[in-house]
Design a protein around this ligand. Sequence first.
Ligand SMILES: *[C@@H]1O[C@H](CO)[C@@H](O)[C@H](O)[C@H]1NC(C)=O
Ligand SMILES: *[C@@H]1O[C@H](CO)[C@@H](O)[C@H](O)[C@H]1NC(C)=O
Length: 354
Amino acid sequence: MDPAWITVSISLLLKCVECSGTATEWTYAGAVGQAEWAEYFPDCGGSSQSPINVDTSQTLHDPTLIPVQPLGYNQPGKRPFSLSNNGHTVQMTLPHWMGLAGLPWHYSAVQLHLHWGNGVGVATGSEHTINGQSTSAELHIVHYNTEVYANMSEAMTQENGLAVLGILIEAGEEINQAYGSIFNYLARIRYAGQKVTIPAFDIQSLLPDNLSQYFRYNGSLTTPPCYQSVLWTIFNERVKISHSQLMKLETVLYSSKAEEAEPMVLQDNYRATQPLNHRTVLSSFIPVSVKMYTAGEITAIVIGSLCGCIGLAVIIYFIVKTFRTQDVAKEQDMALKITSNPGKPEQDAPQPET
Ligand SMILES: *[C@@H]1O[C@H](CO)[C@@H](O)[C@H](O)[C@H]1NC(C)=O
Ligand SMILES: *[C@@H]1O[C@H](CO)[C@@H](O)[C@H](O)[C@H]1NC(C)=O
């Protein structure tokens, strides 16, 4: 038998074993990295994928988009929350009474998790970008549609099944106590598969203050199996955590299990932005578009302004000169009149001739 044929069959066989099993080990970079996801999880190659770059010069303002209303977010209850490291992210389960109103359906909260970078160079780590700009991290709060579907596992594969809130996170000076309620326990779940219970806290304090300014579009889960079932809400206002909190998030967790010989730091767990493919991104407000100019445009603007300034200077010069000339003429006139009528009082000089 042709050895090449055997290799092909074996690799096909292996692929099929992987694709039929639920245990395909996907990663962000590597053998089943994001460029390969679609081979194993067909929806990842779909045309309505997330995340996306939000180009605010292309968003459509929809004045009917009312503020997002978190329900029960600030009633955490007394039962502790469960926080786990699943090898891809840190995830926390949310009580079923938390939900969202202000969307086309009623949604019930399921879990929240984060995406982040590696702390080197410019801020990267968020999944969504706005006008091409990343932030250091992004929080996702996942909800399912309880009006249409029986449970999360049914909803996550279906149209309009999920609603996810996306919160862009950047680093600042001050410690964010709300995020601290999660970050303070990361050291207890360093390895994949570990879990810890943490005191319940106010989930609303993880959100930005302004819940009325956001972008809305139809997209997908940002991890395999990438189901295209998500109605996304990306808040315009960013949330700040401290530099040391960010560093903790970027360095404390491993994507490997405790028993593995070489620990792998859990970093850069964000997916690249996906093509928009004719989807519309709605905005609940009129974004202040920060227009980026090309070198040519900048040259034109500089030359234009210079010409304008020179033109203005010339005009001012002539106006001033004209006034000066008139004033000089008047003065000379006056002087002449005074000198020609030396004996007369001054008030008699401008007598009209009748
Ligand atoms: C979810 O709902 C579907 C449809 O009602 C049902 O078949 C399935 O067993 C439920 N799954 C879970 C995990 O409850
Ligand atoms: C999302 O898709 C649904 C159809 O399933 C459509 O009715 C809705 O307008 C879309 N929303 C946005 C924000 O594009």
